[in-house]
Design a binder for this molecule. Structure first.
Ligand code: ZN
Length: 457
């Protein structure tokens, strides 16, 4: 058996004024593109035909030229590798492309044009994906992550691949059925370790115990992608399309009954209140999310608004990680550690939600595209590119141990488990930016309406 491996993955934040260009993509070609766990699990029994897998950090719309270049190379490589018995695709599910719209729909349309309607195709997805009916109908097997924060990437990819191999071996043609709900959820309101998400994801095993049902997924979707396909949906993969469709609807009904119960797992509070609460804490480190500028969901990473408020409030023993500002990093490199520098910080990538913040800071360290500076009693990490501080390792270039600080501000929504386990307290500050959690205030234009909770249903 011979299986082609390919994919283009992106989580697009359409509220961002930035664009995702070709140089933003990490492109792996040939052998290098095969996910390690798939090579390990199936390398001996399946002949792999690796083509191309491209992925990028969540960001604004993908430019037409970046997408078409990647798509056309993917198709050319697929054509070169023919014949094969099936295709495995590694996707995210929330890609929006300039002038095209839904990227996954266009990609699958192009692939089907090349391989025909009968070629078995499986795809693994992020649960923050917005799926069009045409896309779902073009793929036989769809399965998504079941954890947020995400810790089940490898097993999700293996599951998609295994279903594909087994269905080909058994000569079974699988169909994925989708039920879309008129429900919009920011990811922060659907952390899978908390209710109602926990029980709803646990329900998947019950669905899979039905005869002829191979898989099921609950898609939370990406609320910062303004598209007609942005909504919570359920997926069921089965041998009988009608049965799968019935179960997807029943699963969707169950999710719908819980719509009032979704909410953040930690306190989500206005900025002024968040700063006061952090400053009043008696034990550190308190981790506060600057949630409107969440780099892992397409925030620019250079909104210095909250930093300005912390300085005004006179917050002490703070680590602010970080601000993307290549010019500021350069200025720090130019003067060197120990020296004082005047900076006009941030507000260049996201000029909609903030203005550059003028500060006089002391340079503590410059290292690998990162400058660490101190202003009053606040240590600020400045980076030359958009970078999340979501693991302990990610703080290393700054030379600062975040656990030694009283207050740590990160540009995220929910905290990654590694930091969550180590902080004394964590909460989310409602701040401005491309990932503003106050979704009722976002300028949606393309959503299918009505949708809860924006409209009365
Ligand atoms: Zn995700």
């Amino acid at each position: 058996m011979r299986i082609a491996v390919a994919g283009i993955g992106h989580e697009t934040n359409t509220f961002s004024s930035l664009r995702t260009t070709l140089s933003d993509f990490w492109v792996r070609r040939g052998e290098e593109c095969v996910p390690r766990e798939i090579a390990e699990e199936f390398g001996a029994e399946v002949e792999l035909a690796p083509c191309l897998i491209a992925s990028a950090t969540p960001n604004g719309m993908v430019t037409l030229s970046a997408y078409t270049e990647l798509r056309d190379e993917l198709l050319a490589r697929l054509k070169l590798r023919m014949p094969f018995d099936g295709i495995y695709l590694s996707l995210h599910g929330a890609m929006e492309v300039e002038e095209i719209g839904d990227g996954e729909t266009d990609l699958l349309r192009s692939i089907r044009r090349l391989v025909g309607p009968n070629m078995p195709i499986a795809a693994s997805l992020d649960l923050h994906g917005n799926l069009s009916p045409e896309f779902v109908a073009s793929v036989n097997i769809l399965t998504a992550l079941r954890t947020a924060p995400h810790i089940d990437g490898p097993e999700t990819r293996v599951r998609a691949f295994r279903h594909l191999v087994q269905s080909i071996r058994q000569g079974v043609r699988l169909t994925t059925a989708m039920k879309k709900l008129p429900l919009l959820l920011p990811g922060e309101n659907a952390v899978t370790a908390t209710e109602p998400s926990k029980s709803l994801y646990a329900h998947i095993s019950e669905l899979e115990s039905n005869e002829g049902i191979w898989d099921a997924s609950l898609m939370i979707a990406c609320a910062w992608t303004d598209s007609p396909h942005t909504s919570v949906s359920t997926l069921v993969v089965g041998e009988d399309g009608e049965r799968a469709s019935t179960l997807a609807c029943e699963y969707g009904d169950l999710v719908w009954t819980k719509r009032h119960e979704f909410g953040p797992e930690v306190a989500t509070i206005p900025l002024r209140e968040a700063i006061a609460r952090a400053m009043a804490a008696t034990e550190g480190p308190v981790f506060v999310s600057d949630s409107g500028d969440n780099v892992t969901a397409g925030g620019a990473g250079d909104v210095s608004f909250m930093l300005g408020k912390l300085l005004t409030a006179g917050a002490k023993d703070v680590l602010y990680a970080g601000i993307t500002d290549p010019a500021a990093v350069e200025a720090c490199v130019a003067v060197g550690p120990g020296e004082t520098v005047e900076l006009s910080l941030g507000g260049k990538l996201d000029a909609i939600n903030c203005q550059p913040l003028g500060i006089t800071a002391k340079v503590l360290r410059v290292e690998g595209g990162t400058a660490t500076v101190e202003v009053d009693d606040i240590t600020v990490v400045i980076t030359d590119g958009r970078r999340p501080f979501h693991t302990l390792e990610s703080f290393e270039p700054s030379g600062i141990d975040p656990l030694s600080k009283r207050i740590v501000v990160v540009k995220q929504g929910y905290l990654a488990p590694e930091l969550r386990e180590r902080c004394s307290e964590t909460f989310i500050a409602l701040t401005p930016g491309f990932t503003d959690l106050r979704i009722a205030c976002l300028p949606y234009r393309n959503l299918s309406r009505p949708i809860y909770p924006l409209d009365p249903i």
